[in-house]
Design a protein around this ligand. Structure first.
Ligand SMILES: [Zn+2]
Length: 62
């Protein structure tokens, strides 16, 4: 996974990756499922701006 991104807020190229797991995971709406998908975020480590967010397993939402 490339991290060649630039923060649109402060132009920093110091982009870190975070993952929201556990209680913050996202589950498919209307589906009976125990486990959802974690949310992965690209975060500027300079100013805290969240550049992108996506789920780890998008196929769960089909
Ligand atoms: Zn920034």
């Amino acid at each position: 996974m490339s991290v060649d991104k630039v923060c649109p807020r402060c132009n920093s190229t110091q982009i870190g990756q975070g993952i929201l797991k556990g209680t913050a995971s996202i589950v498919p709406k209307g589906k009976l499922t125990i486990s959802g998908s974690a949310i992965i975020s690209s975060i500027c480590v300079e100013c805290g701006y969240i550049i992108s967010r996506y789920v780890e397993k998008p196929e769960k939402f089909k």
